[in-house]
Design a protein. Sequence first.
Length: 286
Amino acid sequence: MDETAWDELQLFLQVALAGGLSAAAVRTGLSAPTIGRRMLALEKSLGRTLFERSQQGYRLAHDGEILLDHVRAMQAAADGIAGWRFAFPIVTLAGDSWMAGFMADHLSDLRGPSDAFRICCSGMTEDLAFRGVDVSLLPKAPAAGNVAALRSVGMRYAVYAARNAPPQAEDRWISMATDMARLPPERWVFENHEADIHTWTTSADLLHRLVRSGAGRSLMPVFVGDADPALRRIGPPIADLDHTLTIVSHDDERRRPEVRLVIERLAALLKAQAARFSGACETATA
């Protein structure tokens, strides 16, 4: 059957349930002659007689009753798909490990208890300008792609160590693994202190844990390091690593109501947290 078959089957369902063309016309808004012609065309395309026609109306023939069972099942499946798709749309958020963690920590600011959509949080370090991610929080806008970019707050990085770190750990550095480091802040330790690296790791979360444990010092975003009472900042932020966060969304997706709402809330959240991202909430220690 061709691509219009589902429309014809739905019209057949209306005729079968109404018991005639006039009643089906009231249900569908189509004229009775139009419905009659389309039912004849459907019978020809199927090669089966669906109705027994009389002055009393349209009564289902044997093949019509069989088709009615099939169409009812198809309609139930279609209704289920519609409810599954439209009742619970998904908004996918992504960023590097630090920013994905920030969004996860503030999920209640991005989705309210009455919002009829779900959230998928993704931590990635690749260029995120691809379909499948609705909203990305990036250090800069992608150079290409059908995306919309909204510049947000400034992001800064500084060196941190555990407040109770043993003296022998003071000169030890913890670095992201070279094969995992793609952004300048991730490369900074091994590009500047390679000879003093004692520990390597493949994730931002593990790096944070290693610093807290006293394994050594490392570079971290100030909004993370300053917020952890177990850490102390060593020196001022590294000015060469300063950059502006950018909220990126696919141009085709950003007009979806739930995506637009999340973008607006994320922008407001970042603005409210601007002092944390700039490092203004902490005084550096030597």
